[in-house]
Design a protein around this ligand. Structure first.
Ligand code: GDP
Length: 300
């Protein structure tokens, strides 16, 4: 948590600082409110949430009259928190069945950080004392299985893989079967993210999920989204959400962007909570998403 705050605030407090400075002006005219909107849109908060937030801020600042910096900060914090949502279920569910492991599917467009996230998540679970099996069901990107296996060796999780360009669903099934036989606590499955056509993706991912579910229930479908791709990433995310029941979002590369507002727009778009954030390429650079720390980092 402390780490999340420190790491985010380095790149992102421009947003909050800018807003606080603007709201501190003695006279807030339409131009000022437009500047507030611009800051929020630049940070990828999204059009509808921005308008909502500005409407509420306008009203509250008007009621407040004279404003101290502390009052402004508190008001901004409250409104941003309300927008981010404080009562969403942000637990990554990995509950195993009586004799089946907990199962997590990791989905998303290639390059967003799926494999890296799968490796980092394995590390968190292993550090928590759980035994983890990795399923390399991204059989289309040639290096993906090697990359995942390297992560597995690094964190202490065995990787189940199939032939190159093989059937992703059969690798996923194998991973779950082997995980069950080995009495593993959790099986994490890294899937392919080719966005060639929606039906192609649907066939592929849908099949992975169906095949796995023949064996054991899927506890969590994590959609990995690259925070630096902004609103384009959102369009792609929506396609995935239409294909599989996404239960949580992992927002990666939040270390490299001042566009933290994407948290708000993606939750709004998909109706699914951000559960984890990626803050770098290293094994410890995955953190639970915590709204309070996040908003504090935004405000600076
Ligand atoms: P995949 O194709 O979705 O499996 O993507 P990869 O896991 O191979 O990641 C693509 C690139 O993004 C790699 O160079 C990763 O090291 C990098 N990456 C992944 N997550 C993060 C993150 O949170 N922050 C940063 N800065 N880089 C990341």
């Amino acid at each position: 948590l402390v780490r999340l705050r420190a790491r985010l605030s380095r790149s992102q407090n421009a947003l909050g600082k800018g807003l606080l400075t603007l709201l501190s002006r003695e006279h807030l005219d339409d131009d000022t409110w437009e500047e507030v909107e611009d800051i929020l849109l630049t940070a990828d908060v999204g059009v509808a949430p921005t308008q909502e937030l500005v409407g509420r801020l306008r009203e509250r600042v008007r009621v407040l009259g004279t404003r101290t910096p502390e009052e402004l900060r508190a008001l901004l914090r409250e409104e941003l928190l309300a927008l981010v949502g404080t009562d969403l279920d942000r637990t990554v569910h990995t509950e195993s069945g009586l004799d089946t492991p907990g199962i997590v599917l990791v989905v998303g467009v290639n390059g967003t950080g799926k494999t890296t996230t799968t490796g980092k998540l394995a590390r968190v679970l292993v550090a928590d004392g759980q035994s983890v099996i990795l399923g390399a069901a991204d059989t289309f990107r040639a290096a993906a299985a090697d990359q995942l296996q390297t992560w597995g060796e690094r964190v202490g999780a065995r990787t189940v893989r199939g032939p190159e360009a093989g059937d992703p669903a059969s690798v996923a099934f194998d991973a779950v079967k082997q995980g069950t036989e080995a009495g593993a606590d959790v099986v994490l499955i890294d899937t392919a993210g080719r966005l060639h056509t929606k039906t192609g993706l649907m066939d592929e991912l849908g099949k992975v999920k169906r095949v796995v579910e023949k064996h054991a229930p899927v506890d969590e479908v994590l959609l990995v989204l690259d925070a630096t791709t902004g609103q384009n990433g959102l369009v792609q995310a929506r396609v995935f959400a239409e294909v599989v029941d996404v239960s949580g979002i992992v927002l990666t590369k939040l270390d490299g962007t001042a566009k933290g507002g994407i948290v708000i727009s993606v939750q709004r778009e998909l109706g699914v909570p951000v559960k984890l954030v990626g803050l770098g390429e290293g094994p410890d650079d995955l953190a639970p998403f915590e709204p309070g720390a996040f908003v504090d980092a935004l405000i600076g």
